[in-house]
Structures are given as C-alpha cells and as structure tokens.
Design a protein around this ligand. Structure first.
Ligand code: ADP
Length: 168
C-alpha cells in the first residue's frame, strides 16, 4: 500500500495529526512556512516554542497546533545550503528522520512535510526532494503505524519535481 501522498497548497490548512515546520534554530519564528504557521496557530505557539530553548540543525521538537487544524506541529531545522560539502545532505535527511521519529513516538498517524530548506535556506530543490523521498520511503519500510505521509509542495517547480520522483 502506498502511504505517500503529494499535495500542492498551504500546509497551514491541512487536517493531519501534525504538520512539520521548517523552522530556524531559535524556534522563535521566521518568514516563509514558519511565519505562515505562527500566523495561523496564534501567539500561544510562540509561547510554547520559547520554552523549548531552540533546536539543533537536523533535530525536531513537538508542540501543540493551537488554532491550526493540525493537532501538533513538529518543528525541525533544516540546513542552510553552503555548496554541499559540509554535511548539508546528511543534515536534511536527519531533519526528515527526526520528524518521523518524534511523530511515531507520539503515535501520530498522518503527517505533512513542507519542502524543508528549499526556500530561504537555498538547498537545491531536486536534490532536496530526492533526500526527502528516500528518507520517508526508507522509514516506512520498517513502520506499520503511519497511515499517510504527505509532501506539501507550495511552488510549481517543486510540484513537478515531486510528481516525477514519486511516480518512479
Ligand atoms: P527554509 O528556511 O527551510 O528554506 P522556507 O519557509 O523559506 O524554509 O521554505 C521552505 C519551503 O516552504 C519552500 O519550498 C516554500 O515555498 C514553502 N512554503 C512557504 N510557505 C508555505 C506554506 N504556507 N505552506 C507550505 N509550504 C510553504
């Protein structure tokens, strides 16, 4: 059974157990998807994030979703792209893996990922998509608890990249 879905749109509107946030290390809010998530979730999300004391690149932390339709937000920090020679690929894989792991520990069944690091952090989109899909497929091989993992793409370029990769 294929448990991986592709969806194009705004992740803050998704009715899933958790949406993943492409956050920065402070966890105190930013632009892009992070800004959108905080705007919809409301000020209580920032209050909870302040208590978490930040998050290392490649790690993930969970909060409630507050006013979001999603019950939880998993905040993960992807790497800033510096050319690929300083473990950016491993760190991106780790951001996906850590998010899946914490979701599973909380018995969550449905999860949606944005295209971590492909905005302001400038990770090449094709390579980021390959890493994202490989990491999720690999995780699902040894998992029978997730029902659906959705890649929520925002821009047309990522949509086309994911559509091709997911059909192969
Ligand atoms: P990063 O700093 O990790 O690069 P960004 O938020 O700048 O994070 O971008 C990550 C991805 O999230 C980009 O592909 C961007 O187009 C996408 N994005 C921005 N807003 C939203 C949203 N509301 N829903 C889903 N994806 C979004």
């Amino acid at each position: 059974m294929n448990r991986i879905e592709l969806y194009q749109g705004d992740i803050t509107e998704m009715h899933v157990d958790a949406i993943v946030n492409a956050a920065n290390k402070s966890l105190l809010g930013g632009g892009g998807v992070d800004g959108a998530i905080h705007r919809v979730a409301g000020p209580k999300l920032l209050e909870e994030c302040k208590k978490l004391k930040g998050c290392e690149t490649g790690q993930a932390k969970l909060t409630l979703g507050y006013r979001l339709p999603a019950r939880f937000v998993i905040h993960t920090v992807g790497p800033v792209w510096h050319g690929g020679e300083i473990d950016e690929k491993e760190q991106l894989a780790s951001a996906y893996h850590s998010s899946l792991k914490i979701a599973k520990e909380h018995h969550l069944k449905t999860l949606a990922f944005p295209n971590i690091s492909t905005g302001v952090y400038a990770f090449p989109k094709q390579l980021a998509a390959q890493i994202a899909i490989d990491t999720v497929r690999d995780f699902l091989k040894d998992d029978d608890s997730f029902e659906e993992i959705t890649f929520c793409v925002y821009d047309d370029e990522n949509y086309e990249i994911y559509e091709k990769l997911l059909s192969s």
